[in-house]
Design a protein around this ligand. Structure first.
Ligand code: TXA
Ligand code: MG
Length: 347
């Protein structure tokens, strides 16, 4: 299949009538799948009401069928079509964070969405992305769009159109290239079906921000305890892994450097994942800085790009600094821990 590349400037006016956006919307109406930029990562969109379109999403990604998709909408009125009730706390969260990096789980109305999109569950995950190109596309096609991150299953999520093409070129109808995404880690997933909302996946909106709006918010126990079964099916899969084994290192940078030297003496090519502040300290085959530690948002924004860049550097092993597990650092550490397959070296 020839994969179209539709380049679109997210700052131009009247994106809904932009020829590239209209082309992509037409593909979606024909139940083809197209990648689109959102404020978090690129998504792989398809008509959420069509089994045919949703099957193409799973096939292109190689995604396990038991992992449900997030439904993207541009207008809150679309909710009543496939959701049975919208609790008060969900309304407050939508008022504050939509459009934005927050996915809410609702009870599902049967018989509207493709059962494949929701993996047969009686709940559905929904979000309104805060990206002009995504919103224009959603409005133009007029459909609820199921969109997981547009990477091959297991790979880091794409934050640039070129990442999408690295994984999916030839497998999808096209990609709307709207430049680099902003937040860099995926949306926070919050289950709103119980009285007290529960975070199933940490992301762009922090627990503190949620609690400021709705009071007490719980976190899925599986986020702290690896022996528990996560409530978001996707959280049980290995994810984000670069080709070389990645180890998180707790301790001072001098300790990390001694690990590098040890492995180099064994003849391995060693990579180091650090930030701008410490970049010049390390001596290794490939030292990559991922944003600035002093501003963790910049680390989130470039984490996946940096993880992918280690593959081009052909290293045998990667040591990574770790980050404070609070605020957006919570989402960063959740993803880094998965990328490392939980491997942590402590001084
Ligand atoms: O930022 C994002 O959320 C990106 C962009 C493209 O919107 N999307 C994204 O989708 O990260 P995906 O498919 O990579 O992750 C969706 C997560 C998975 O962990 C999935 O198991 C969970 O949401 N999920 C979806 N529906 C669910 C449901 N009904 N109950 C519990 N978890 C659900
Ligand atoms: Mg994903």
């Amino acid at each position: 299949m020839n994969t179209n590349i539709w380049i679109v400037d997210k700052y131009v006016d009247n994106l809904e009538n932009n020829p590239q956006v209209v082309d992509a919307a037409n593909s979606l109406r024909k139940n083809e799948v197209v990648a689109l930029p959102t404020e978090t990562v690129y998504g792989l969109g398809g008509n959420a009401e069509s089994d045919e379109a949703v099957a193409k999403i799973f096939a292109a990604k190689g995604r396990p069928g038991d992992n449900p998709l997030i439904i993207h909408i541009a207008d809150r009125n679309q909710l009543s079509r496939f959701v049975t009730e919208v609790p008060e706390k969900a309304v407050a969260l939508m008022d504050t964070f939509w459009p934005g990096p927050l996915t809410l789980i609702f009870k599902k109305k049967a018989g509207v969405l493709s059962e494949k999109a929701t993996a047969g569950l009686d709940t559905v995950a929904v979000r309104m992305p805060d990206h002009p190109v995504a919103l224009a596309l959603l409005k133009t096609c007029g459909l609820p769009i199921a969109a997981p991150s547009a990477n091959s299953s297991g790979k880091p999520s794409p934050t640039k159109a070129e990442h999408v093409l690295d994984d999916l070129n030839g497998k999808i109808a096209g990609v709307l290239d709207g430049g680099t995404t902003g937040v860099g880690v995926e949306s926070t997933v919050v289950d709103c079906t119980a009285e007290i909302p529960v975070i199933l996946r940490p992301g762009g909106v922090t627990k503190e921000q949620l609690e400021a709006v709705v009071g007490e918010v719980h976190e899925d126990a599986a986020l702290k305890d690896q022996s528990q079964r996560p409530k978001a099916p996707g959280m049980k899969y290995t994810h984000y892994a670069p080709n070389a084994p990645l180890y998180m290192v707790a301790g001072p940078k001098e300790f990390l450097q001694t690990l590098v030297i040890e492995k180099e003496q064994e003849g391995l090519r060693v990579g180091v994942l650090t930030t701008e502040e410490n970049r010049s300290f390390y001596k290794a085959d490939l030292v990559l800085a991922c944003g600035r530690r002093a501003e963790l948002e910049t680390v989130a924004a470039s984490l996946y790009d940096t993880l992918r860049s280690f593959n081009q550097g052909h290293v045998d092993i990667i040591f990574s600094e770790i980050f404070p597990n609070e605020g957006v650092g919570h989402a960063i550490m959740n993803r880094l821990d998965k990328a490392a397959g939980h491997k942590l070296i402590t001084e």
